[in-house]
Design a protein around this ligand. Structure first.
Ligand code: SAM
Length: 435
């Protein structure tokens, strides 16, 4: 089972390989010392991660070729704009025209779009975002796997079900061997090419332990590794990059320093953002974003969240709803409505049309059973599947009733692929289009 299709290297310029996918060319940074023109590779997030034997690559490509073009055709059909503008808010209509003509969209335009209430106008917002996604990034959809290896956390975030607030949670900590087994399964049995390793802020794993975990996985089974251990410090980030991590998943949660301060005792937004900036400087791909529907959050805050995500040169936007957990101080607060989450996804696409990967989060799927399809049709183009062994996953309870809890990995893959195929998306990670 493959989530990335092999590409053929047609040119190498220093560390950059030009890779062809059925004639469509992309660039990938190569850290493979023996890479040469004519090799077939898997690339993830713009990194060449693995050379594949030619025979195996050609077999995979033969089975993919027809599907690849069929999917593109379906996607193109479903993302066509319908220019019928009855009952559309006039100002929003003008902004959509500007967006579609490639004009410059201002911050106040984006704010206006986030404030849309009219149903028909909202539908057109989602369609416009989907059109842009198709135009710039075609039909590729990232499918990353996530291993949540510890639910111990030293932090007291007011919304989080694995924070110190939750005294009733059964805590677990996977051993290195258990983590390797989970990674081995995800990569070799299920075919994931990109893995996120996530945990609470658990000091039981030293930076050296975390480095050992990253380097062992990477050397045994080449893949793209994202780390998500919370704030490990700039030196920690440097060591983890050296060990082989190439991505950082860390939300800034809220770009409003007051809200951030209220929700994260003993922590400040400045330090969170400095981590993200330092990681980008070190060469990490950044996955970040915020929570939607936090108490006291305004539409202007949401716009600022999107703008901050863009300013941080984010590879993948991760915006999900705040979901109240009964064992936390925010237990009584309501979650946001589905349309607020969709608006943020769509406006993120309009704010960053050409490069952004935008995730449909499990949190959104927990709020709304059709979230994946709705999100993917409103500008999003990424999903993450949980590949944590079931006996642990049930206790990674950041919010209640997590979507896909109790589903096996194969079951998740099957339903994801069925949905992706039905809307013409290819579960590949083809990186940025070559100009
Ligand atoms: N320790 C890491 C960190 O600080 O980024 C990763 C673990 S943390 C539990 C992962 C994410 O869970 C957070 O970024 C937060 O947005 C999300 N999360 C926690 N509680 C949540 C809740 N009640 N509703 C929605 N998302 C939540």
């Amino acid at each position: 089972m493959c989530y990335a299709i092999p590409g053929k290297v047609i040119e190498i310029q220093e560390k950059t390989a030009v890779v062809s996918y059925f004639g469509e060319t992309k660039k990938a940074i190569s850290e493979l010392s023996n890479l040469k023109v004519g090799d077939y590779i898997y690339a993830q997030g713009g990194f060449a991660i693995k050379i594949i034997p030619e025979k195996e690559a050609l077999e995979i490509l033969a089975t993919w070729k027809e599907t690849f073009f069929d999917l593109q055709e379906t996607d193109l059909r479903l993302s066509r704009m319908d220019l019928e503008k009855k009952r559309i808010d006039r100002k929003a209509g003008l902004i959509f025209d500007k967006v579609l003509e490639g004009g410059k969209v201002t911050d106040s335009d984006l704010l206006y779009l986030l404030e849309i209430k009219n149903k028909e106008t909202l539908e057109l917002l989602y369609k416009t975002a989907n059109f842009l996604r198709q135009k710039h990034l075609k039909n590729s959809c990232c499918v990353h796997g996530i291993i949540e290896f510890s639910n111990y956390c030293s932090q007291s975030c007011s919304y989080c079900g694995i924070s110190t607030h939750n005294k009733d949670l059964g805590r677990y900590r996977m051993t290195k061997e258990e983590i390797y087994d989970a990674a081995d399964q995800a990569i070799n049995k299920y075919g994931f090419q990109a893995l996120v390793l996530q945990s609470g802020e658990d000091k039981s794993y030293s930076i050296d332990d975390l480095c050992e975990i990253v380097s062992t996985i990477k050397s045994k089974w080449p893949c793209l590794i994202f780390i998500s251990f919370g704030e490990v410090g700039v030196e920690g980030l440097r060591k983890l990059y050296k060990a082989g991590a190439r991505g950082l998943l860390m939300r800034f949660e809220s770009s409003n320093p007051r809200i951030y301060g209220e929700l994260h005792p003993g922590r400040g937004l400045k330090s969170r953002i400095e981590h993200l900036e330092a990681a980008f400087q070190l060469g990490y791909l950044i996955i970040t974003g915020g929570l939607i529907g936090l108490p006291g959050q305004t539409v202007q805050d949401l716009l600022n969240d999107i703008l901050l995500t863009r300013r941080l040169k984010t590879e993948m936007y991760t915006f999900g709803p705040f979901l109240p957990h009964p064992k936390t101080p925010l237990a009584g607060m309501p979650p946001p409505p589905t349309k607020d989450v969709l608006k943020v996804l769509a406006v993120s696409r309009i704010a960053d049309p050409v490069n952004a990967k935008i995730l449909v989060t499990t949190g959104f799927e927990t709020l709304e059973s059709k979230a994946r399809e709705l999100g993917l049709m409103a500008g999003a183009n990424s999903v993450m599947l949980n590949v944590t062994p079931e006996k642990f996953a049930k206790n990674y309870a950041i919010y209640p009733n997590r979507a896909h809890a109790g589903e096996g990995i194969q079951e998740q893959i099957d339903s994801t692929l069925a949905l992706l195929y039905s809307i013409g998306r290819a579960p590949t990670d083809l990186g940025a289009l070559l100009k």
